[in-house]
Design a protein around this ligand. Structure first.
Ligand code: MN
Ligand code: MN
Length: 415
């Protein structure tokens, strides 16, 4: 067997190539002009004498030396909480990546927040719906549904919450060490720093109106904060049952939970390559504008080639090392590297796959502005199309196509 490099060398030397060799020479390097280090003829093509930042360059080997199949110029699909400035207050901090910083992220914006034990994200509401995944610790959430029914719950790592647009809510870190989580808004422009805050409305309402509204003397409001709180240190709440009872006050409880334990839910796909867990309005009833897939990929495995017909995919990388390639018409194909704390983004219907290139499990969550999770698996399509038709497209015999997985596996293990 000739290697591709051997064949290219033969070609470069001007040797006459057979038809089959000419075809093989372009395998894995199909486009004109040829791209990739494999085509470099001299050492100057591979060096980079200019200014360097080795720490950043080292995180992006697929940018430094893209695969030879890379073509065109898709927009940047990488962002990271690791480089987002923190707004730190007594009680915790938050940082965010919105469309203002990440142009491609039209449908979803992301917030990473830490609350100390007792730290409170103050009572507030906003224009966008809020979906979140807990990544650390324990948190108590409160929310009021549109029918005035309260809901109070405690969440832990791997759990989700969903608050509809306009639903008033709060978050508080619990013991022993508070919590950390990632919020997604169903609007790429939504901003955690300009939510509607309880303290702001009180401070900017005339005391006599407050008095009338609440049916108590105006002096009741003499000590309200005149600056907003946003995040502040509070005292740890009591037990959950007592908080639920206290919030009940002549109202019935909200019938549908606003939280969901995704990490401990049964996987929708599971094999030697890893597993996928899905939360959408079919199992997490209240989550009508967001669906999500929590994906774990074993070392060397790949999240199979697929696309999503109904929404863009906003990804948050929880652990491990990933390399994702995105494909669109043009042709365009772009490969980018991701590590923990990074954000990826794939426009709807763009083909993509995610490889685990590390030696530990890779885990990421894909978040979609859609009521239901939907994907199209490439193998599932090609194994449920008349084999003779597929064979004529790809010059692959039908017996080989018959060996392809026909169950939309979700993941494929290291081969
Ligand atoms: Mn909120
Ligand atoms: Mn996907």
């Amino acid at each position: 067997m000739f290697s591709r490099r051997d064949l290219l060398a033969v070609s470069a030397a001007g040797a006459v190539m057979t038809a089959s060799a000419a075809s093989a020479a372009s395998f894995g390097n199909p486009d004109q002009p040829p791209q990739g280090a494999v085509n470099a003829r001299g050492p100057g093509n591979l060096t980079d004498p200019g200014p360097q930042n080795p720490a950043i360059a080292g995180q992006f080997p697929s940018s430094q030396s893209p695969p030879a199949t890379h073509i065109g110029g898709l927009p940047l699909d990488w962002a990271s909480f690791n480089i987002a400035p923190k707004r730190i207050q007594n009680g915790g901090w938050a940082r965010q990546v919105t469309q203002a910083d990440f142009a491609i992220s039209e449908e979803i914006s992301g917030v990473n927040m830490r609350l100390t034990a007792g730290g409170i994200r103050e009572l507030h509401w906003h224009q966008a719906a809020e979906w979140a995944i807990m990544t650390y610790g324990n948190c108590r959430v409160t929310v009021l549904d549109v029918h005035g029914r309260p809901y109070v719950a405690d969440v832990k790592a791997g759990d989700l919450w969903y608050f509809p647009a306009g639903a008033p809510h709060s978050l508080q870190g619990l013991g022993p060490d508070g919590c950390e989580f990632v919020i997604c808004f169903d609007d790429g422009k939504a901003n955690e720093f300009n939510t509607l805050l309880l303290s702001d409305w009180f401070a900017h309402t005339p005391p006599e109106v407050l008095a009338k509204n609440f049916g108590v003397p105006a002096e009741t409001f003499a000590k309200i904060p005149l600056q907003n709180l946003w995040i502040f240190q509070g005292t740890l709440p009591g037990d959950l049952a007592a908080d639920r009872k206290a919030a009940g006050r002549n109202a019935s409880a909200a019938p549908h939970p606003f939280v969901f334990s995704l990490a401990s839910s049964p996987p929708t796909k599971q094999n030697a390559g890893g597993d996928v867990r899905v939360a959408d309005s079919s199992n997490f009833t209240v989550s009508t504008s967001i669906s999500a897939a929590l994906v774990t990929v074993r070392p060397g495995g790949v999240r199979e080639m697929h696309w999503h017909p109904n929404a863009d995919e906003w990804q948050y990388y929880i652990k491990g090392k990933a390399r994702m390639t995105v494909f669109n018409t043009g042709p365009n194909a772009r490969t980018t590297d991701f590590t923990a704390g990074d954000i990826g983004y794939v426009k709807r219907n763009f083909g993509h796959y995610v490889e685990n290139i590390g030696d530990t499990d890779l885990q990421f969550i894909g978040v979609f502005r859609a009521s239901r999770y939907e994907e199209v698996s490439l193998t599932n399509w090609l194994t449920h199309t008349p084999p003779a038709l597929v064979a004529q497209h790809l010059n692959i015999d039908e017996a080989t196509i018959a060996k392809w997985p026909d169950n939309a596996p979700g993941l494929m293990p290291k081969s």
